[in-house]
Design a protein around this ligand. Structure first.
Ligand SMILES: Cc1cc2nc3c(=O)[nH]c(=O)nc-3n(C[C@H](O)[C@H](O)[C@H](O)COP(=O)(O)O)c2cc1C
Length: 195
């Protein structure tokens, strides 16, 4: 039975769609800018989809049997993706509630999680000195429980400073160079783990 699940070279995918979940709803979000910057560094067989989380209701287990249209959409988008990238700020040394809400929605009903097995990557930018390190560690715990293989290195903790993004939202050359290393590793990670 194991052979049925092992990927043969001729079965490798030629296109990979990645769901991008940003943990900030702010219009001028640094993390959204970071998400857009990172997607420009991927090879052409990778495409990216911004997942909308601002219209999700607060998670309530009573609604599992009758989910809102936005929840159904979220689950379909995650299910259709070959991988997920989370780009999140740190709020009070944890992940923002809006991100946790989205994660909880797509993890339910019990036994029907959309996250399971999706190769994940995470990055974050904050104005604080440790650049989302604590939030990312908490997110790693959640992703481990959700059975998402998550890229370990390199870690991306961006301490956002003046001049990091220009007026059109482009990231500076030094940051892009470092992020390219991350993207190369993530691309390999997805190719290795995509179901
Ligand atoms: C409710 C709240 C809590 C915050 N807590 C932290 C924190 O724990 N660590 C940190 O580095 N920055 C913290 N910040 C500052 C954020 O890093 C900063 O607002 C950042 O720009 C948010 O990301 P965004 O630009 O993508 O919205 C917090 C901001 C808010 C609004």
């Amino acid at each position: 039975m194991i052979a049925a699940f092992s990927k043969k070279p001729e079965m490798e995918l030629t296109q990979y769609q990645i769901a991008v979940v940003v943990g900030s709803l702010r219009k001028e979000s640094l993390n959204r800018k970071l998400a857009h910057a990172i997607t420009k560094l991927a090879p052409k067989e990778f495409s990216f989809h911004d997942v909308e989380i601002s219209d999700l209701p607060l998670y309530n287990q009573d609604d599992d049997a009758n989910p809102a249209p936005s929840v159904k959409r979220l689950k379909l988008e995650i299910a259709a993706a070959q991988g997920v990238i989370f780009v999140t700020p740190e709020y009070n040394r944890s992940i923002p509630g809006v991100l946790k809400n989205a994660i909880d929605h797509a993890s339910r009903p019990y036994g029907q999680s959309a996250w399971i097995g999706k190769p994940a990557g995470l990055l974050g930018a904050s104005i604080g000195a440790i650049g989302t390190a604590v939030a990312q560690q908490e997110l790693r715990n959640v992703l481990a429980y959700l059975d998402m293989p998550t890229l370990g290195q390199p870690e991306v903790f961006i301490h956002a400073k003046e001049g990091m993004f220009d007026e059109s939202g482009e990231i500076n050359a030094d940051s892009a160079k470092f992020l390219q290393t991350w993207m190369n590793r993530y691309v390999d990670w997805v190719k290795k783990h995509a179901l």
